[in-house]
Design a protein. Sequence first.
Length: 173
Amino acid sequence: MEQKFAIIKMKKKAYFFLVDSLIALGVLAIGLILIFSYNSSAPRTEQTFTVSDDVIKTLNSYQIRDINSYYLTNLQNNGNIIDSTKPLLEQVAEFYYLNKRALIIEFLDNVTNNLIPDNFNYMIIINNDNVYNHTTMPIEAGRYVIPSRTITHGLLTPTEMYGPYIVEVLSWG
């Protein structure tokens, strides 16, 4: 009879150890799932750098006549744009020199609208003066800021020059 009770006690211990090991295995599995599902990588800056760099390169390399836009055609017809062979950035610098802030904002809105997706944050600064801001979040909330800079200048008339201006594009995410 004592042997029977000993066997029953051993079976109870076996069940206890089996349940205990299954609970421990479950806790380990949940811990591993949480560790591997947590994304602790650093923010990716490649796209933000590309935006900053592409905006400044595009504005500096494309001429006004290269952009097929009803808005730009209206600016030419109104006499706000005289030379359609100017690069876009040079035209922005001319508006800056003439202190036409509203034209700068409308011009850059129209030119960059189809160029850059709305979810990217960037601003264009001329001589430390913020002239255009395209943001979905404030720059202070970004984890990183990527700058791209260039210098631009131009001729308003054969005898009147504007610039040189330092143009900076800041992009953040």
